[in-house]
Ligand binder design. Structure first.
Ligand code: SAM
Length: 277
C-alpha cells in the first residue's frame, strides 16, 4: 500500500497523529531530501526507518522501484520536504502509476501553504485557481500574470524570496489597485500576512516593512471589472492591446479577453483587427 503523507510547512507541531502513526508503521519512507525527513523523524523519535530519495529528477525511475517494493508487500509512505506531496512537489506520477497497477493509495491530509495563505488572506475563497510557481522568463511571466489578473476567480501563487519583489512589481505594472495578499513564513515564528492593494504591498517591501526573507504565497483577488453588457468595444480592444504591449501573442490576448467577457473569439478578433489595420 502507498500512503501519501502531509507533513508540516514550518511548525512541526502541525503534524497529525495519523501521519505520525503512519510514518511509524510503514516499512519505507520515500522523501525528497533524506536529511530533512530524518530531522522530522528524529523530532518525533521515529527510529530505524529506511528512507529512499524521491525527487523531481528521479521520480519516474524511483516510482517503478517503489511499485516493486509495494508488490513485495512492503508499505511505503511518500512525504515531501514540506506540506502535501504532489502540490508543487513530486508525487502524482507515483500515485498515477499505483492507480494503474491497482495498488491502494491512502492520503493522510496535512498542512498546505496555498490553502493556509488563502484562509489567512480574507480574500474570496469559494472559487480559486492554484498556479504554483509562475514562469521565470520575463515575457512568459507577463503573459501568465495578464491572464491571472483578468480572472474572475481568486488566484494562488507560490514564490521564492529571490523573485517576490519582481512578482509584485509585475503585478503593479498591470494593476496597481488590485487587492492582493502576501503570506510569509506561515506557521513559523516570523509569520506575516499582509492584505492590501498591490501598490501598497510593493511600497511595504521597498520600505522594509515587509521582509524579503523566507517562503511566500501570494493571493490575488478576482477581477471585479465590468462584464460584457457594461463594456464597450473600445475597452475590449484596449484590453487586448495592453496585453499585446505587455508581451502576449494577439491570439492569446484575444482568447483571454473573449473568455473574460463570454464573447465569441471571432467577434473580439474582428474588432481588434479592424482597429489595428
Ligand atoms: N507541497 C507544499 C505545500 O503543500 O504547500 C509546497 C512545496 S513548494 C516546493 C514550496 C513553496 O511553497 C515555497 O516556495 C512557498 O511558496 C510555499 N511555502 C511552503 N511553506 C511555506 C510557508 N511556511 N510559508 C509561506 N509559503 C510557504
Amino acid at each position: 500500500m502507498l500512503y501519501v503523507v502531509g507533513t508540516p510547512i514550518g511548525n512541526l507541531d502541525d503534524i497529525s497523529v495519523r501521519a505520525l502513526k503512519t510514518l511509524e508503521n510503514v516499512d519505507i519512507i520515500a522523501c525528497e531530501d533524506t536529511r530533512n525527513t530524518q530531522k522530522l523523524l528524529n523530532y518525533f523519535q521515529i527510529k530505524n526507518k529506511k528512507l529512499i530519495s524521491f525527487h523531481e529528477h528521479n521520480e519516474e525511475k524511483i516510482s517503478q522501484k517503489i511499485i516493486e517494493l509495494i508488490e513485495e508487500n512492503k508499505n511505503v509512505a511518500l512525504v515531501s520536504d514540506a506540506g502535501m506531496p504532489c502540490i508543487s512537489d513530486p508525487g502524482y506520477i507515483l500515485v498515477n502509476k499505483c492507480i494503474s497497477k491497482k495498488i491502494k493509495v491512502i492520503t493522510i491530509p496535512g498542512p498546505n501553504a496555498a490553502l493556509t495563505a488563502l484562509v489567512s488572506s480574507g480574500i474570496e475563497s469559494y472559487t480559486y485557481t492554484f498556479y504554483g510557481f509562475l514562469p521565470r522568463k520575463k515575457k512568459d511571466l507577463k503573459v501568465k500574470l495578464n491572464e491571472i489578473l483578468l480572472s474572475k476567480h481568486t488566484s494562488i501563487i507560490y514564490e521564492s524570496p529571490h523573485r517576490i519583489i519582481n512578482l509584485i512589481e509585475n503585478i503593479c505594472e498591470i494593476s496597481n489597485h488590485r487587492i492582493i495578499s502576501v503570506s510569509r513564513e506561515l506557521t513559523k515564528f516570523f509569520e506575516e500576512v499582509v492584505t492590501d492593494t498591490s501598490e501598497k504591498i510593493l511600497e511595504k517591501f521597498k520600505r522594509g516593512n515587509l521582509k524579503v526573507k523566507g517562503e511566500f504565497v501570494v493571493i490575488i483577488s478576482p477581477n471585479k471589472e465590468e462584464t460584457h453588457e457594461e463594456i464597450d468595444n473600445f475597452k475590449l480592444i484596449e484590453e487586448v492591446k495592453k496585453m499585446v504591449d505587455n508581451g502576449s501573442k494577439s491570439s492569446t490576448a484575444i482568447k483571454i479577453v473573449a473568455d473574460k467577457y463570454g464573447i465569441n473569439k471571432r467577434e473580439v478578433y474582428n474588432l481588434y483587427h479592424e482597429e489595428i489595420i
